[in-house]
Design a binder for this molecule. Sequence first.
Ligand SMILES: NC(=O)c1ccc[n+]([C@@H]2O[C@H](COP(=O)([O-])OP(=O)(O)OC[C@H]3O[C@@H](n4cnc5c(N)ncnc54)[C@H](O)[C@@H]3O)[C@@H](O)[C@H]2O)c1
Length: 329
Amino acid sequence: MRAAVLGGGAWGGVLAWLLAGRGHEVALWEPDGSAAEALARQRTNARSVAGFRLPDAIAVSTDLPAVCRDRELIVVAVPSQFVRVTLGTAAPAITGAPVVVCASKGLEPGTGATMAEVVTASLPGARAVVLSGPSFAQEIAAGLPAALVAASTDAGAAGVVQSCFGGERLRIYTSDDVVGVCVGGALKNVIAIAVGCCDGFGLGESARAALITRGLAEMGRLAVRLGGQALTLAGLAGLGDLVLTCTGDLSRNRQVGLALARGESLPAVIAKLGHVAEGVGTALTARDVAKRLGVDMPITREVAAALHEGKPARDAFHDLLARDVRPER
Ligand SMILES: NC(=O)c1ccc[n+]([C@@H]2O[C@H](COP(=O)([O-])OP(=O)(O)OC[C@H]3O[C@@H](n4cnc5c(N)ncnc54)[C@H](O)[C@@H]3O)[C@@H](O)[C@H]2O)c1
């Protein structure tokens, strides 16, 4: 297929590499001029995963419409707050009904929209698919085995993604629960910040397991309220990605939590990471969406307060533990 990948960061680079390796013709859009030049000349840049080399066959450009013209498959891997503007800019160059795969994980700030909603609103003619599940770009680039989920209301489009990306070491499952998959991918990052903080404070493995489990419960409540299926949250895009992000030291969101526990300021943590940590913005957006919809999300609420309202992280944990006990739901 003729494919375009939008975003030449850690994940976009690896997704482009996967597609090229399966024989697809790939053009890669990188908006940052110097990063694009480094990718084009050295086949790597500061956001690439360590040791990663972009295949020579992949054309790199900063020209978004040119990259998107006449493409049957378009993959979006930019931070979630930029998905709408990126696709909006690309839209005039996109013709026909390409399969548009969103690999970004988050809720859109301001609107609270899922990534699938943003893709559909930006490109009404596109066949939208959400690609999610437990995946560290570094590990996929190293050829380690993994399993992802391609979710779409268009089973044919999900099947296209399954065959384009899938291979011996990368199993792609399909799902029709787009909402559940979007919510899982977005919210696991918020819970991972809480878990990083919990581990940073040395609160123990029992507390970590409790946070992961209760985090999953609140992710499920939001997904169901938005029209998703509770069982999806027990799958790759829910529990699978949640466990990876909460416990894997390659997780940037976990790193944010660990740094907060060390008393580092949020701007300092973000500057040090150099890559997007989607949970930081999603915490606030999800907290607001949950409040609007009357969904109880205490962990998300406390993470948002600790990140954005100056609440000391220790007080956030104290308030979580001080809530009334109730039946487990
Ligand atoms: N890294 C992973 O292992 C991984 C795995 C699965 C999903 N994701 C998701 O993929 C998305 C991208 O993550 P990443 O790790 O590649 O991040 P990254 O920080 O490595 O790269 C971000 C990319 O977005 C581009 N970008 C920055 N500002 C932009 C703007 N204003 N408009 C458009 N593009 C802009 C950057 O130039 C870069 O190409 C995130 O939503 C993340 O949650 C990442």
